[in-house]
Design a protein around this ligand. Structure first.
Ligand SMILES: [Zn+2]
Length: 186
């Protein structure tokens, strides 16, 4: 598990977090993997959404599978360049993240961090004293929802494609991140 955290970022007052998947939620995903910063395109609603979450007192924590590392498709140097581009972009726009957890493993490695396993969420909860049952995990895949369920936090589905085929029963599904986070504010 790869962990980055911001040592100067105070933990938000609520000790609740919004966990965020990265590819497909924050930036455009690709079946070819996001291999370098030139392929990393952040959606327009991300800054207003995360600013709202920050105002509401949520800590923002990214939890992302990055098996492109374990497969040798993404170079570590390019991976970290993307990471720091994102961190700096969000900080400059008034919605700094507290931490990012990445699983770099190949699916066949059998690690405990690759979603749908809850390892990254559990590690984040322990590290930042987060109340999982009051926290949310926003993702765009069923494996994200499964990780949320296993960790005991509420899964929120963001499906940006108009041809979504997922079952809509028993799930909160939103078309974008801003709508998802707006639903959490009172
Ligand atoms: Zn892993």
């Amino acid at each position: 598990m790869l962990i980055w955290y911001n040592p100067t970022q105070p933990i938000q007052s609520k000790s609740v977090a919004i966990f965020l998947d990265r590819d497909g939620v924050i930036n455009q995903d690709s079946p070819e993997y996001i291999k370098n910063v030139s392929e990393f395109k952040i959606f327009d609603d991300v800054v207003p959404a995360l600013k709202l979450a920050t105002l509401e007192g949520y800590s923002l924590i990214i939890t992302s599978n990055q098996s492109g590392l374990g497969r040798g498709i993404i170079k570590p140097r390019d991976f970290w360049e993307i990471h720091f581009y994102l961190v700096n972009f969000l900080k400059a726009n008034g919605c700094p993240i507290t931490a990012a957890f990445y699983c770099p493993h190949h699916p066949e490695d059998g690690c405990s961090c690759r979603k749908p396993r809850p390892g990254m969420l559990m590690a984040a909860a322990e590290m930042f004293n987060i109340s999982l049952n009051r926290s949310f995990f926003i993702g765009d895949k069923l494996t994200d929802m499964e990780a949320a369920r296993k960790a005991g936090c509420k899964g929120i589905f963001v499906v940006r494609k108009s041809n979504a085929y997922y079952s809509r029963s028993n799930r909160l599904i939103f078309r974008n991140l801003f709508d998802a986070i707006s639903s959490l504010s009172k």
